[in-house]
Every structure is written in C-alpha cells, then in structure tokens.
Design a protein around this ligand. Structure first.
Ligand code: RNT
Ligand code: ZN
Length: 418
C-alpha cells in the first residue's frame, strides 16, 4: 500500500472517533516550532573563547560541531530539509556575526551584528526569536548577573538586555512577524543563602530598567524563564518560578516554562491550563530532563504528548509560544536536532488526532471509566500512517529514511571538520 492509501484507511478509522485527520495534517503544516540554533555547536556561539558557564552543561564530544556561522547555517539547512513544515529560528545573542574584524561586547550589540541571520531567515521565509546571553562571559561574577550586588555588573547586563530588545524589534520589523525574546539568568547560590530577598529585589529592579526603554510590545514578546536549580546553584535561584510568574503577570510580559526546570515529579503539562487562565500568552521551552536539567533530545514520550495536548485541546496554538531547548554533544548533532523537531511535531499531531471533544464530554458526564478506556485505545490507532503522509506530502523523508541523508552529510561534510 502507498503512503496515501494507508492515510486513507487511517482517516476512516479516525473519522469514526469524530476526528478529521485531513484537518489535523493541514493544521500541523502551519504550526511553527521555534528551533534553537544552539544544538548545532553545544551553545558555544561566535563571540568568545572558553567554556559554557552559568550552571548549564553540554556533555560529549561527537565530531563535526559547527565552528563558524557558515557551518552552523549549513547544518540548520540540513535539519530543515528533514523536518516537515515551516519553522522559526531561535538565536542567542552570542551568535552575533562580526564582519571585517570588528567586535562588540554583549552590552554594545547592535542589529547590524545579526544582519546575516536576518538575510538567512528572509531567504527561507522564516521568523526569528531571540535571547540575551547571560552566561559564558566574565561579567557574570560569582554566578550573579542582573541580581549582582555590584551596580556595574547589573548595569552591564541591563545594557545587554536592552540591546537585545532593539535587536528583537529589528528582527520583527525585517521579517514581518513578532520576535519572542526570552530572558534567562543563571543567578543563584550553591549553598543556603543568608538573604534570599535582596538578590530578587535587585533582579526585579534590573528587569524594570530593561523594560523601561521604548519598544513595540506587539513586535517584541519579552519572556522571563524560571529555574529551580543549576549546577553550582543547587540551593537557590534568583529567578524562581514564583518570581517569574509574579513578575510577568505584574508587568505584562510572558512567563516561560522550561520543562527541565522543575522538581522531578512536577510536570509542565499540568501547569499550562492554569497559566492560560491568567495570561494572554505564555512561552515554553520543550526539553527532556533525565534526573536533572540535562537537556536531552526531546522524545515522543508521554509528557511531551501531554504538553502538546494541553496546547491543542485548549485552542491555544496561537497563545503558546513554543521553542525547543536541548543540547546533546554526544551524538550526531544534526540527527539530535532532527529527532527533537520531528518528535515535537509528532506530539502535536498526536494531540490533533485525539478525540479531545469526546473525551472532555465523557469527563463532564462523569464517565471516567470510558475516558480511561478511550485514551488507551487511541494509543494504537494508526497514528504512524498519518505521520508518514504528513512527511511525504510536505516533501521530507518518510520514517527513518531521513537518517540516510544525515549519514551522507556526516561523511561528506561533518567528518571533514577539524
Ligand atoms: C538554561 C535555560 C536556558 C538555556 C538556553 C541556552 O537552563 O534552559 O533556556 O538552555 O538559553
Ligand atoms: Zn530553557
């Protein structure tokens, strides 16, 4: 049977559940995922030598890491050729491209340092998202940045974030779509702090100063990402969940939830509905924590599916800004990216193919046995036939065929890198 024939049969089965598979693939085609640029080079970027700091870590030294903007762009193109649909690219400030021997420190970055990325995005009809880079830099002192007791340190990072807002607005204007700009700080303490309030008060004040510059709130969607701990910041983080939610709610910006940033049994899927009741828009970093915030490649696993279901069945596809955030340096990086992107798309498709209305109605009527029964039966519906059709009709390899392309790219391109 051809892919289309298998899809035809699957469609009939789903129709019996009241699910329109044709509509699901049409919807999925138009859902952009913000693809993080930093899987390609282990979060290194182009503006410094030296290690990744800030309580985050990549592990592994698989050969073929991108070393230049050209290499990273080529790698991104390879991934995009293997992933169905149209997406956004999520850049970090340390991916500035300096031309003609010029250099600007983080607090002096300008739109022109991202001109090449804008060209890249324009040529591909993609939008860009952005992030201040508040790590891997010597102005992060004693693991503190925007909350540091020294005003000089705080001011440096305030200037950096303000520069990033201007760059984000430039992205939005050039590309004709809003730019999601996410602030994450590593600030925290390894051991029990003597004063939890003062750093948070300083962080609050720094953020207020950052947001005090004029910018177009329709074009730049500023987010604030929380975190429960980092390496070397096990006992206290300044930007805790309560801090960021309250700050975002009171200042009209978006809270960002990264599903690696909570206690191990806490799940982001359960938080989305509450957040949507109080915020117009929220943002997510989709990742996979394995025992800690390890940023493993996103799987087509239960929690990823559950996150996607919460977005889809609450009709929140345009209210939830989702991007991926993982960095595995121990396997082929192009494959890591492709697997993660395809998996989140699968999760969205799975959610679109779920009999959401029927299940919700059963729950309302208290028919909970049937809710459980149907949720379990749906799991063995021919989801793969719909996914294959989606890949084929969007001109990307079906099933594991994409890996051939990666292998070829590894042999011809990646293996030649030093
Ligand atoms: C760190 C945060 C943050 C970073 C990226 C690189 O724990 O998740 O989002 O991973 O900004
Ligand atoms: Zn994150």
């Amino acid at each position: 049977m051809t892919t289309t024939e298998r899809f035809g049969a699957a469609k009939e089965l789903y129709a019996k559940l009241g699910v329109d598979a044709e509509k699901a693939v049409e919807t999925l085609k138009n859902i952009p995922i913000s693809m993080h640029c930093w899987q390609g080079d282990d979060v290194t970027g182009f503006d410094h030598e030296g290690p990744l700091t800030g309580g985050i870590q990549t592990t592994g030294n698989y050969p073929g890491k991108a070393r230049t903007p050209e290499e990273l762009m080529a790698d991104i193109d390879k991934v995009l050729s293997l992933v169905p649909g149209k997406h956004k690219l999520n850049l970090h400030a340390n991916y500035a491209i300096f031309e003609d021997g010029e250099f600007a420190d983080r607090d002096a970055l300008e739109p022109k340092h991202f001109r090449k990325w804008v060209e890249f995005a324009k040529e591909r009809g993609m939008g860009l998202d952005f992030n201040p880079t508040i790590f891997s830099h010597d102005m992060v002192k004693d693991n503190l940045s925007l909350s540091h007791p020294d005003k000089e340190v705080r001011d440096f990072w305030i200037r950096h974030c303000q520069a990033c807002i201007r760059i984000s607005q430039y992205f939005a204007e050039e590309l004709g779509q809003p730019c999601v700009m996410n602030i994450w700080i590593p600030d925290g303490y390894k051991d029990i702090p003597a004063d939890r309030m003062a750093p948070r008060a300083r962080f609050k004040d720094s953020l207020d100063q950052i947001l005090s510059i004029p910018y177009d709130k329709e074009k730049v969607l500023v987010c604030l990402e929380s975190k429960v701990f980092g390496i070397g910041m096990e006992s206290y983080t300044v930007g805790s969940s309560e801090f960021t939610i309250n700050y975002a709610a009171s200042r009209g910006i978006l809270p960002l939830m990264d599903n690696g940033h909570y206690h191990p049994t806490e799940v982001v899927s359960d938080k989305i509905s509450s957040m949507l009741l109080f915020f117009d828009q929220i943002a997510l970093h989709v990742t996979r924590p394995v025992r800690w915030d390890s940023d493993h490649v996103v799987l087509f696993d239960d929690e990823t599916k559950e996150i996607a279901k919460e977005i889809v069945r609450n009709n929140a596809l345009d209210r939830v800004k989702f991007g991926l955030d993982f960095f595995d340096a121990s396997i082929n990086r192009i494959a890591a990216w492709t697997i993660g992107m395809r998996n989140f798309q699968k999760a969205l498709l799975y959610a679109l193919l779920s009999p959401n209305e029927k299940l919700a109605a059963l729950q309302e009527e208290g028919r909970l046995t049937e809710v459980l029964m149907l949720q379990e039966e749906v799991k063995t519906y021919p989801f793969g036939d719909v996914w294959d059709y989606f890949c084929e009709s969007n001109g990307v390899p079906v099933r594991e065929d994409w890996y051939e392309e990666v292998k070829k790219y590894e042999d011809e391109v990646l293996s030649k890198r030093g």
